[in-house]
Design a protein around this ligand. Structure first.
Ligand SMILES: Nc1ncnc2c1ncn2[C@@H]1O[C@H](COP(=O)(O)OP(=O)(O)O)[C@@H](O)[C@H]1O
Ligand SMILES: O=P(O)(O)OC[C@H](O)CO
Length: 497
């Protein structure tokens, strides 16, 4: 029997496919960037077909690189950008309108109304989430209210809606399966994380019929098989998780209290809280990490909307560099950011502020400010945002952190990791393989088809590349944080009339 696992990592800016052998080693990687559209202030959209096409291209490319075909693969695992919502016609398989991306703020007003009537408390209790435009529920409602075709299809019973995992599963199975996993469902704002079902009270409130939603399954198990006519082989899709939960799994953070920070398009700090769904009074999210068999592992999460996306903006729109690999050299070409701060609140602020009306700000500019200062302040802003989460994480969990694991595209930047360790005051451990999202999806799939027997076996695959230790005086750290706090205060509520 084949022991090769294929992981699909469908991120906000990149689709990637990675093949792993039974030792958890990477055989081949293929990636493709695709675009986002920003049609209005705070709106973020993608083409659902671009998501699929780029993912499919990388599946083909990775097999070609490894000189294999899909028939050589034992199982497929999927990790995906979460909350992003896609609607499609189940008869034609064609998307209806654009994918509404997790960063999109178009439903901020509606979420304000829910909060004004106190319904946010009901949402928090049932879903563990803060009431915010980030989550899928208000996006689904928006589609049903503003897209006439979607409404008509829903009335006829031929509309399907789902997060990106559900869309990929639908495409891979040629429309045979409409399913998602609990970790993705836990981000919809209509899923009850305690009884593991879509919640009738929430669906009624948001006016979302259950028949358009994907069936919710455990994260490790058979979701369906690739369609033989389209793909030539029937390969089981055996593991699915939201990308942040997959990264926690890929970091082998299986014990309560283990925590990771992912610096990708956004920045996400997540702590394994075991079988306990810990409520957060401090603006963090209680969410589902994964479900294996009947066992559910919960997590506490701090979500920051813009991290690496800031660096992409500097590359693509400001032409500061051509490759993100240049950032580290440019940021360290100067000894200090000279009091410059950037608050990358392009689409508002997520945890712990939850201010959809905040907007990006750059403060402390002087005549001496250069491109390198802006880049350095940009990198520092990633660390400051993560730092805003850690205090809440420690307070809500009661667990004192010594070491946090780090991953995601931007974690390749040593300056970011060192500055992050200095600001957080904890050690930051970076694995040799920072593709933890894809690894998490692969592990979930491999466990389901017997390539790996248990999580202890997988744990042994994790290897440290480098650990960054605190190397800054408390006085300097306090000074930096004071400036950051002032800058965030200036950016808050900016877009509110
Ligand atoms: N060396 C680097 N320094 C800073 N940011 C980086 C670096 N390398 C990549 N990035 C940023 O990381 C992001 C890509 O990370 P990735 O984990 O692939 O994201 P996603 O899964 O969200 O698509 C991009 O936004 C990019 O700007
Ligand atoms: O695209 P990423 O990797 O930054 O992840 C996006 C998150 O899943 C959004 O919640």
């Amino acid at each position: 029997m084949s022991k090769i696992i294929m992981a699909l990592d469908q991120g906000t800016t990149n689709s990637r496919t990675i093949l792993y052998n039974e030792k958890g080693e990477t055989i081949a990687v293929a990636g493709e960037e695709f675009s986002c559209q920003y049609p209005k202030d705070g709106w973020v959209e993608q083409e659902a077909e671009d998501i699929w096409r780029s993912q499919k291209n990388t599946m083909d490319a990775v097999l070609k690189k490894a000189k294999l075909n899909l028939g050589d693969v034992a199982a497929i695992g999927i990790a995906n950008q979460r909350e992003t919502i896609i609607a499609w016609n189940k008869e034609t398989g064609k998307p209806v309108g654009k994918a509404i991306v997790w960063q999109c703020r178009r439903t901020a007003d509606y979420c304000d109304c829910l909060k004004a009537e106190g319904f946010d408390k009901v949402i928090k209790e049932k879903t563990g989430l803060v009431t915010d435009a980030y989550f899928s529920g208000s996006k689904i409602r928006w589609i049903l209210r503003h897209n006439i075709e979607a409404r008509e299809l829903a009335n006829k019973g031929t509309l399907k809606v789902g997060t990106v995992d559900a869309w990929l599963i639908w495409k891979l199975t040629a429309g045979a399966v409409h399913a998602t996993d609990v970790s993705n469902a836990s981000r919809t704002m209509i899923f009850n994380i305690h009884d593991l079902k879509y919640d009738p009270v929430l669906m009624e409130k948001l006016d979302i019929p259950e028949d358009i939603l994907p069936k919710v399954k455990a994260s490790s198990g058979i979701f369906g098989k690739t369609d033989k006519k389209l793909f030539g082989h029937e390969i089981p899709i055996a593991g699915v998780a939201g990308d942040q939960q997959a990264a926690l799994f890929g970091q082998a953070a299986y014990e309560k209290g283990m925590t990771k920070i992912t610096h990708g398009t956004g920045c996400f700090m997540m702590m394994n809280t075991g079988a306990e769904a810990i409520e957060s009074p401090s603006g963090l999210l209680t969410t589902i990490g994964w479900q294996i068999g009947d066992r559910v592992t919960y997590a506490l999460e701090g979500s920051v909307f813009i991290a690496g996306a800031l660096m992409q903006w500097m590359r693509d729109d400001l032409d500061f560099f051509t490759d993100v690999a240049q950032i580290e050299e440019m940021a360290t070409a100067i000894p200090s950011s000279e009091g410059l701060y950037i608050v990358p609140a392009f689409v508002g602020l997520g945890a712990p502020y939850w201010d959809p009306y905040a907007r990006g700000a750059m403060l402390g500019i002087t005549r001496g400010t250069t491109k390198n200062h802006i880049i350095r302040a940009g990198v520092q802003s990633l660390a400051y945002q993560a730092n805003d989460l850690i205090g809440a994480m420690v307070k809500d969990s009661g667990i004192k952190l010594q070491t946090v694991k780090v991953d995601g595209g931007a974690s390749a930047n040593n300056y970011l990791c060192q500055f992050q360790a200095d600001i957080l005051g904890v050690s930051l451990s970076r694995p040799k393989n920072v593709e933890t999202t894809a690894m998490g999806a692969a592990y979930l799939a491999g466990l389901a088809v017997g390539v790996w027997t248990d999580m202890d076996q997988i744990k042994s695959f994790w290897q440290e590349d480098r650990c960054f230790h605190l190397n800054q005086s408390q006085e300097k750290v306090d000074e930096c944080l004071r400036g950051w706090k002032k800058a965030v205060d200036r950016a808050k509520s900016w877009a509110k009339d």
